[in-house]
Design a protein around this ligand. Sequence first.
Ligand SMILES: [Zn+2]
Ligand SMILES: [Zn+2]
Length: 181
Amino acid sequence: MSTCTCCHQGQLQPLTLDNGLFVYACNACQGYALDIATYLDWRREQPPLQASPHAPVGIQPPHADHRHALHCPACQRLMLKYRVHAGDSPSIDTCLRCDCIWLDGGEWDYLQAIGLHTSLTAISTAAWQARRAQLTVNLRRAEQDREQLGDEVYAQAQQVLAWLQEQPERKHILKMLHRLN
Ligand SMILES: [Zn+2]
Ligand SMILES: [Zn+2]
């Protein structure tokens, strides 16, 4: 691990968190790269926690998720975003090739505060396996899209898609887009 692929400024350095989890931390943006196998070993030692889908009052997410597509710090390929939990939990980035996870600066603390830090993956469950299969398909599609569009247009298209997904009237918007061509 070396230069941070999120902020492109800091260096990723090995760090053991207070709770014993080993990560690579960026010394500039404070993001963490986590190896999933290491994470699962650590999680096995943790007491079971009741995950709560909603943040307790007064605890705010660290900041809006970075909008640009993130590259895996280990293999440099595009990472995929998924939500830790249904609802408005933060989305985290994962690389299925390296089985690694990226957390933006402050995200781990936030997840810990809302009790989701032990459910980052639910990775050994059937649900994760199904999701993983879907992610693999998505990853392949994302790479094809990016090749077709180029990095810049692809990143812009992703922003439009993210916006679209938040619109309750997205079906109508899609119809309007369809009329464009
Ligand atoms: Zn960084
Ligand atoms: Zn990777």
